[in-house]
Design a protein around this ligand. Structure first.
Ligand code: NAG
Ligand code: NAG
Ligand code: NAG
Length: 263
Protein backbone atom coordinates (compact mmCIF):
# COMPACT_ATOMS: atom_id res chain seq x y z
CA UNK A 1 0.00 0.00 0.00
CA UNK A 2 2.69 2.46 1.07
CA UNK A 3 4.81 1.37 -1.90
CA UNK A 4 2.02 1.96 -4.37
CA UNK A 5 1.40 5.44 -2.98
CA UNK A 6 5.10 6.27 -3.12
CA UNK A 7 5.32 5.11 -6.72
CA UNK A 8 2.28 7.15 -7.63
CA UNK A 9 3.75 10.27 -6.02
CA UNK A 10 7.06 9.75 -7.81
CA UNK A 11 5.22 9.21 -11.10
CA UNK A 12 3.14 12.36 -10.60
CA UNK A 13 6.19 14.45 -9.75
CA UNK A 14 7.91 13.10 -12.87
CA UNK A 15 4.89 13.80 -15.02
CA UNK A 16 4.60 17.30 -13.62
CA UNK A 17 8.27 18.02 -14.33
CA UNK A 18 7.90 16.85 -17.94
CA UNK A 19 4.83 19.01 -18.38
CA UNK A 20 6.59 22.01 -16.87
CA UNK A 21 9.59 21.46 -19.14
CA UNK A 22 7.46 21.17 -22.25
CA UNK A 23 5.49 24.26 -21.26
CA UNK A 24 8.67 26.29 -20.81
CA UNK A 25 10.09 25.08 -24.11
CA UNK A 26 6.97 26.28 -25.90
CA UNK A 27 6.60 29.82 -24.65
CA UNK A 28 4.31 30.84 -27.50
CA UNK A 29 1.76 28.12 -26.95
CA UNK A 30 -1.63 29.75 -26.81
CA UNK A 31 -4.16 27.92 -24.73
CA UNK A 32 -7.71 27.76 -25.97
CA UNK A 33 -10.04 30.00 -24.01
CA UNK A 34 -11.85 28.18 -21.31
CA UNK A 35 -15.52 28.92 -21.20
CA UNK A 36 -15.84 28.22 -17.51
CA UNK A 37 -14.10 30.63 -15.16
CA UNK A 38 -12.60 29.20 -12.03
CA UNK A 39 -14.99 30.55 -9.44
CA UNK A 40 -12.68 29.51 -6.62
CA UNK A 41 -10.05 32.09 -7.55
CA UNK A 42 -12.16 34.84 -8.99
CA UNK A 43 -15.16 34.80 -6.73
CA UNK A 44 -18.72 33.79 -7.18
CA UNK A 45 -20.60 34.64 -10.31
CA UNK A 46 -23.23 37.34 -10.17
CA UNK A 47 -25.61 37.62 -13.07
CA UNK A 48 -23.09 36.31 -15.54
CA UNK A 49 -19.94 38.14 -14.46
CA UNK A 50 -17.50 37.08 -11.80
CA UNK A 51 -16.41 39.19 -8.85
CA UNK A 52 -12.98 39.98 -10.29
CA UNK A 53 -14.70 41.47 -13.35
CA UNK A 54 -17.05 43.41 -11.08
CA UNK A 55 -14.08 44.84 -9.21
CA UNK A 56 -12.32 45.81 -12.45
CA UNK A 57 -15.53 47.47 -13.66
CA UNK A 58 -15.64 49.47 -10.44
CA UNK A 59 -12.01 50.57 -10.67
CA UNK A 60 -12.35 51.55 -14.31
CA UNK A 61 -15.50 53.55 -13.48
CA UNK A 62 -17.61 51.51 -15.85
CA UNK A 63 -19.75 50.38 -12.95
CA UNK A 64 -20.91 53.53 -11.17
CA UNK A 65 -23.44 54.67 -8.57
CA UNK A 66 -23.50 51.28 -6.87
CA UNK A 67 -24.82 51.18 -3.32
CA UNK A 68 -23.21 48.09 -1.82
CA UNK A 69 -20.86 45.28 -2.76
CA UNK A 70 -22.90 42.40 -4.26
CA UNK A 71 -23.38 39.86 -1.50
CA UNK A 72 -22.03 37.08 -3.74
CA UNK A 73 -18.71 38.93 -3.70
CA UNK A 74 -18.22 39.37 0.04
CA UNK A 75 -15.70 36.51 0.20
CA UNK A 76 -13.85 37.66 -2.89
CA UNK A 77 -13.62 41.30 -1.80
CA UNK A 78 -12.66 40.29 1.76
CA UNK A 79 -9.82 38.17 0.43
CA UNK A 80 -8.71 40.91 -1.92
CA UNK A 81 -8.64 43.55 0.82
CA UNK A 82 -6.95 41.43 3.47
CA UNK A 83 -4.59 39.67 1.11
CA UNK A 84 -1.57 40.43 -1.00
CA UNK A 85 -3.26 41.99 -4.02
CA UNK A 86 -4.73 45.14 -2.45
CA UNK A 87 -1.29 46.07 -1.13
CA UNK A 88 0.33 45.32 -4.48
CA UNK A 89 -2.24 47.34 -6.41
CA UNK A 90 -1.78 50.27 -4.04
CA UNK A 91 1.97 50.03 -4.40
CA UNK A 92 1.72 50.18 -8.19
CA UNK A 93 -0.27 53.42 -7.93
CA UNK A 94 2.05 55.02 -5.37
CA UNK A 95 5.06 54.04 -7.47
CA UNK A 96 3.70 55.73 -10.60
CA UNK A 97 2.84 58.79 -8.57
CA UNK A 98 6.38 59.05 -7.25
CA UNK A 99 7.98 58.43 -10.67
CA UNK A 100 5.86 61.28 -12.01
CA UNK A 101 6.56 63.60 -9.08
CA UNK A 102 10.30 63.08 -9.30
CA UNK A 103 10.34 64.47 -12.83
CA UNK A 104 8.38 67.62 -12.04
CA UNK A 105 10.10 70.95 -12.39
CA UNK A 106 9.46 72.27 -8.95
CA UNK A 107 10.15 75.92 -8.37
CA UNK A 108 10.92 75.54 -4.70
CA UNK A 109 8.71 78.48 -3.80
CA UNK A 110 6.65 76.34 -1.43
CA UNK A 111 3.52 76.59 -3.56
CA UNK A 112 3.53 73.10 -5.06
CA UNK A 113 0.97 70.92 -3.30
CA UNK A 114 -0.32 67.37 -3.60
CA UNK A 115 -3.92 66.67 -2.66
CA UNK A 116 -4.55 63.53 -0.62
CA UNK A 117 -7.98 62.22 0.20
CA UNK A 118 -8.16 60.59 3.64
CA UNK A 119 -10.45 57.53 3.91
CA UNK A 120 -9.04 54.55 1.99
CA UNK A 121 -6.32 56.84 0.64
CA UNK A 122 -4.37 57.92 3.69
CA UNK A 123 -6.13 56.10 6.53
CA UNK A 124 -7.61 52.63 6.21
CA UNK A 125 -11.05 51.81 7.57
CA UNK A 126 -10.54 48.15 6.84
CA UNK A 127 -10.82 47.13 10.52
CA UNK A 128 -14.32 48.65 10.49
CA UNK A 129 -15.36 47.25 7.11
CA UNK A 130 -14.06 43.79 8.00
CA UNK A 131 -16.65 43.74 10.79
CA UNK A 132 -19.41 44.90 8.43
CA UNK A 133 -19.27 42.52 5.48
CA UNK A 134 -16.62 44.33 3.39
CA UNK A 135 -19.10 46.76 1.90
CA UNK A 136 -21.99 44.30 1.61
CA UNK A 137 -23.86 45.94 4.50
CA UNK A 138 -25.39 49.32 3.64
CA UNK A 139 -23.46 52.34 4.95
CA UNK A 140 -24.43 53.11 8.54
CA UNK A 141 -23.43 56.66 9.52
CA UNK A 142 -23.87 55.97 13.24
CA UNK A 143 -21.48 53.06 13.36
CA UNK A 144 -19.01 54.63 10.92
CA UNK A 145 -18.86 57.88 12.90
CA UNK A 146 -18.31 55.89 16.06
CA UNK A 147 -15.36 54.19 14.38
CA UNK A 148 -13.96 57.60 13.29
CA UNK A 149 -14.18 58.89 16.88
CA UNK A 150 -12.14 55.91 18.05
CA UNK A 151 -9.25 57.44 16.04
CA UNK A 152 -7.73 54.02 15.44
CA UNK A 153 -7.60 53.89 11.64
CA UNK A 154 -4.17 52.66 10.53
CA UNK A 155 -2.12 54.30 7.79
CA UNK A 156 -2.20 52.83 4.31
CA UNK A 157 1.48 51.88 4.07
CA UNK A 158 2.11 52.63 0.40
CA UNK A 159 0.37 56.01 0.65
CA UNK A 160 2.41 56.84 3.72
CA UNK A 161 5.65 56.14 1.87
CA UNK A 162 4.47 58.35 -0.99
CA UNK A 163 3.54 61.11 1.48
CA UNK A 164 7.08 61.03 2.90
CA UNK A 165 8.78 60.99 -0.50
CA UNK A 166 6.70 63.86 -1.87
CA UNK A 167 7.58 65.99 1.13
CA UNK A 168 11.27 65.22 0.58
CA UNK A 169 10.86 66.54 -2.97
CA UNK A 170 9.55 69.79 -1.47
CA UNK A 171 5.88 69.21 -2.24
CA UNK A 172 3.42 70.23 0.46
CA UNK A 173 0.44 68.14 1.46
CA UNK A 174 -3.21 69.18 1.36
CA UNK A 175 -5.68 66.74 2.88
CA UNK A 176 -9.13 67.08 1.37
CA UNK A 177 -11.76 64.82 2.91
CA UNK A 178 -15.49 64.34 2.82
CA UNK A 179 -15.44 63.91 6.59
CA UNK A 180 -17.45 66.67 8.27
CA UNK A 181 -15.88 69.62 10.09
CA UNK A 182 -17.16 68.12 13.37
CA UNK A 183 -14.60 65.33 12.95
CA UNK A 184 -11.62 67.68 12.59
CA UNK A 185 -10.06 66.86 15.96
CA UNK A 186 -10.51 63.13 15.67
CA UNK A 187 -9.16 63.20 12.12
CA UNK A 188 -6.11 65.32 12.93
CA UNK A 189 -5.35 63.16 15.96
CA UNK A 190 -5.72 59.95 13.95
CA UNK A 191 -3.53 61.28 11.13
CA UNK A 192 -0.72 62.15 13.54
CA UNK A 193 -1.04 58.84 15.35
CA UNK A 194 -0.76 57.00 12.04
CA UNK A 195 2.42 58.90 11.18
CA UNK A 196 1.11 61.75 9.01
CA UNK A 197 2.61 64.46 11.16
CA UNK A 198 2.48 67.57 9.02
CA UNK A 199 0.38 69.19 6.35
CA UNK A 200 -0.20 72.54 4.71
CA UNK A 201 -4.00 72.30 4.91
CA UNK A 202 -6.55 69.90 6.33
CA UNK A 203 -9.85 70.58 4.59
CA UNK A 204 -13.04 69.00 5.93
CA UNK A 205 -16.57 69.40 4.60
CA UNK A 206 -18.41 72.27 6.25
CA UNK A 207 -22.15 72.74 6.53
CA UNK A 208 -22.35 74.99 3.45
CA UNK A 209 -21.95 71.92 1.24
CA UNK A 210 -25.09 70.22 2.50
CA UNK A 211 -26.76 68.43 -0.42
CA UNK A 212 -23.74 68.90 -2.70
CA UNK A 213 -21.96 65.92 -4.25
CA UNK A 214 -18.38 65.04 -3.41
CA UNK A 215 -17.35 66.12 -6.92
CA UNK A 216 -18.88 69.59 -6.35
CA UNK A 217 -17.46 69.97 -2.86
CA UNK A 218 -13.95 68.80 -3.74
CA UNK A 219 -13.79 70.83 -6.96
CA UNK A 220 -14.82 73.99 -5.09
CA UNK A 221 -12.24 73.44 -2.36
CA UNK A 222 -9.45 72.69 -4.83
CA UNK A 223 -10.39 75.87 -6.67
CA UNK A 224 -9.96 77.84 -3.43
CA UNK A 225 -6.57 76.22 -2.88
CA UNK A 226 -5.44 77.26 -6.37
CA UNK A 227 -6.91 80.74 -6.01
CA UNK A 228 -4.84 81.23 -2.90
CA UNK A 229 -1.70 80.74 -4.99
CA UNK A 230 -0.90 77.04 -4.76
CA UNK A 231 -0.28 74.75 -7.72
CA UNK A 232 -1.85 71.30 -7.42
CA UNK A 233 0.83 69.14 -8.99
CA UNK A 234 -0.83 65.86 -8.04
CA UNK A 235 -4.02 64.47 -6.60
CA UNK A 236 -4.60 60.99 -5.17
CA UNK A 237 -7.79 59.35 -3.99
CA UNK A 238 -9.66 56.06 -3.85
CA UNK A 239 -12.90 57.49 -5.29
CA UNK A 240 -13.45 58.83 -8.79
CA UNK A 241 -15.17 61.76 -7.10
CA UNK A 242 -11.78 62.72 -5.66
CA UNK A 243 -10.36 63.03 -9.16
CA UNK A 244 -13.19 64.28 -11.39
CA UNK A 245 -14.61 67.81 -11.66
CA UNK A 246 -12.52 70.96 -11.92
CA UNK A 247 -9.11 71.98 -10.60
CA UNK A 248 -8.20 68.32 -10.42
CA UNK A 249 -4.46 68.94 -10.47
CA UNK A 250 -1.75 68.32 -13.06
CA UNK A 251 -2.14 64.54 -12.69
CA UNK A 252 -4.50 62.28 -10.77
CA UNK A 253 -3.92 58.84 -9.28
CA UNK A 254 -6.66 56.34 -8.43
CA UNK A 255 -6.11 53.95 -5.55
CA UNK A 256 -8.15 50.74 -5.38
CA UNK A 257 -11.37 50.69 -3.37
CA UNK A 258 -14.02 48.06 -4.00
CA UNK A 259 -15.74 48.69 -0.64
CA UNK A 260 -17.98 51.68 -1.37
CA UNK A 261 -18.86 54.29 -3.98
CA UNK A 262 -19.18 58.04 -3.38
CA UNK A 263 -20.44 60.30 -6.17
C1 NAG B 1 11.84 71.00 -16.88
O1 NAG B 1 12.67 72.10 -17.17
C2 NAG B 1 13.68 71.82 -18.14
C3 NAG B 1 14.59 73.03 -18.24
O2 NAG B 1 13.85 74.22 -18.26
C4 NAG B 1 13.01 71.46 -19.45
O3 NAG B 1 13.98 71.13 -20.42
C5 NAG B 1 12.11 70.27 -19.23
O4 NAG B 1 11.40 69.96 -20.41
C6 NAG B 1 11.11 70.53 -18.11
N1 NAG B 1 10.35 69.34 -17.82
C7 NAG B 1 9.03 69.33 -17.68
C8 NAG B 1 8.42 68.00 -17.36
O5 NAG B 1 8.34 70.31 -17.80
C1 NAG C 1 -26.34 51.40 12.74
O1 NAG C 1 -25.36 51.27 13.74
C2 NAG C 1 -25.84 51.53 15.04
C3 NAG C 1 -24.65 51.57 15.99
O2 NAG C 1 -23.80 50.47 15.82
C4 NAG C 1 -26.88 50.48 15.40
O3 NAG C 1 -27.37 50.70 16.71
C5 NAG C 1 -27.99 50.55 14.39
O4 NAG C 1 -28.92 49.51 14.62
C6 NAG C 1 -27.47 50.42 12.97
N1 NAG C 1 -28.53 50.71 12.01
C7 NAG C 1 -28.88 49.83 11.07
C8 NAG C 1 -29.96 50.28 10.15
O5 NAG C 1 -28.33 48.76 10.93
C1 NAG D 1 -10.95 70.24 19.35
O1 NAG D 1 -9.85 70.38 20.21
C2 NAG D 1 -9.67 71.68 20.72
C3 NAG D 1 -8.37 71.75 21.48
O2 NAG D 1 -7.89 70.50 21.82
C4 NAG D 1 -10.88 72.03 21.57
O3 NAG D 1 -10.74 73.34 22.06
C5 NAG D 1 -12.15 71.92 20.74
O4 NAG D 1 -13.28 72.12 21.51
C6 NAG D 1 -12.24 70.56 20.07
N1 NAG D 1 -13.34 70.58 19.13
C7 NAG D 1 -14.22 69.61 19.04
C8 NAG D 1 -15.29 69.77 18.00
O5 NAG D 1 -14.19 68.62 19.73
Amino acid sequence: MIRTTTIMVVALVFLASIMAASASSEPYLIHPLRLKTRLGSYGASLQGINCASWRLGVEAHNIIDWKTVPKECEGYIGNYMLGFQYRQDSKAVAREAYLYARKLNLTGDGKDVWVFDIDETTLSNLPHYARHGFGVEPYNATSFNKWVEEKKAPALPESKKLYGKLQKLGIKIVFLTGRPESQRNATAYNLRLAGFRSWEKLILKDGSYGGKTAVEYKSAERKKVEESGYRIVGNIGDQWSDLLGTNTGKRTFKLPDPLYYIS
